[in-house]
Design a protein around this ligand. Structure first.
Ligand code: GTP
Length: 342
């Protein structure tokens, strides 16, 4: 086993063609269409992005479809992106969006939530609607929209949870009625289903999104995802998993050792590496295997991302075609199996 002193982490992770890069589901499309219908009745869009993936959790579909309304960007789960307050990173992110309003929240922090309420109140006061002001929470799946809604209601109204939250994406499936989060001025919010990017440009973006929980855990092989997580943890601090193994680049070594130590064993005492991978990923998501940002945050990063998206527009068409062909081939092969079974 390598000691921390000798250990050299991997500096790159291979691009994996086998990784699914499409997760745009029926309820994402329907949700987006409903959001467009509601656009005229809301004064503010509160777009949630995950602070751990501030670029990867940006969905250009919102830029395209939800135009003409003021938008505030709320970077959620800020407690999972840094051990301590990191003013430099926040300042860089704020500069990306200037003059747009940007806030960073931990849904359990009343002072964070008060800042969101304060801005929403300013908007409501200037809108001066007799029947109250409506706003809409949008964002990628599982970024924390419903948790933010509950937190706003807790702080703004002193009331308990109304929206169901959960560790897997797809908890909110449709847009229901509004929820009041402030009575003076009257502010009501629409919670909306998370909408995924139609075509993810590369496997590393997909792995980041899966790691933070924007994608259902059944979509990507857990051992591959855990290997990506190990790669990222090693770049930050390989001692973060010291309870299970000394620093390693070998995911199977880490999984086997962890499985033995935590009793995740299958028949005949064989380590259950897939179950252990899921367990380790969940520990990372809970902030127990390091709190760090997965995207590169520098002054020009957002601009570069937008330019890449413009180029990707063309390859997205090719990707769309390839995914369609894959689906047709899978359907044909299933049909031929059904035929031979029958
Ligand atoms: N540590 C931490 N966890 C959070 C925060 N906000 C949300 N979560 C957790 O993130 C997970 C997803 O939260 P939800 O509020 O259900 O996310 P959502 O965006 O409404 O999800 P969908 O309805 O699936 O799109 C839950 O396990 C929450 O407890 C936060 O600020 N900090």
């Amino acid at each position: 086993m390598a000691s921390s002193a000798q250990f050299i982490p991997r500096t790159s992770f291979p691009h994996l063609e086998s990784i699914v890069r499409s997760y745009f589901l029926g309820h994402h499309k329907a949700g987006l269409a409903k959001m467009r219908q509601l656009l005229g009745s809301v004064e503010l869009i509160i777009e949630c992005r995950d602070y751990r993936v501030p670029l990867s959790s940006r969905n250009p579909m919102f830029e395209k479809n939800l135009v003409g309304r003021e938008r505030m960007i709320v970077y959620t789960k800020r407690d999972l992106g840094a051990e301590t307050l990191d003013d430099k990173t926040r300042e860089t992110i704020r500069r990306w969006h200037k003059p747009q309003k940007v806030l960073f929240t931990d849904c359990r922090s009343d002072s964070d939530i008060k800042k969101v309420i304060s801005y929403a109140k300013d908007i409501a006061k200037s809108a001066d609607n007799i029947l109250g002001t409506r706003m809409m929470l949008v964002g990628m799946p599982n970024v924390g929209k419903s948790s933010l809604l509950n937190a706003l209601r807790r702080v703004g109204m002193g009331k308990g949870k109304v929206a169901i939250t959960g560790g897997q994406p797809g908890v909110t499936r449709s847009i229901g009625s509004t929820v009041r989060v402030c009575s003076d001025p009257d502010i009501q919010l629409y919670d909306t289903p998370g909408v995924f990017i139609p075509y993810v440009p590369n496997s590393s973006t997909m792995l980041k999104l899966a790691l933070v929980g924007c994608v259902k855990d059944t979509i990507i092989d857990p051992i591959t995802l855990c290997d990506y997580m190990l790669f990222r943890i090693n770049l930050v601090d390989p001692s973060l998993y010291v309870a299970y193994h000394t620093p390693t680049n070998d995911i199977m070594q880490l999984l086997k050792a962890t499985a033995v130590q935590t009793g995740r064993l299958g028949k005949g005492g064989v380590p259950d590496t897939a179950a252990t991978a899921i367990w380790l990923i969940q520990r990372y998501r809970a902030g127990e295997l390091g709190r760090f940002i997965l995207d590169d945050v520098d002054q020009d990063a957002l601009e570069r991302r937008i330019q890449e998206e413009a180029k990707e527009g063309k390859s997205a068409n090719q990707l769309r075609k390839a995914i369609k062909e894959e689906k047709t081939a899978a359907k044909a092969s299933r049909a031929s199996l059904d035929f031979s079974d029958g």
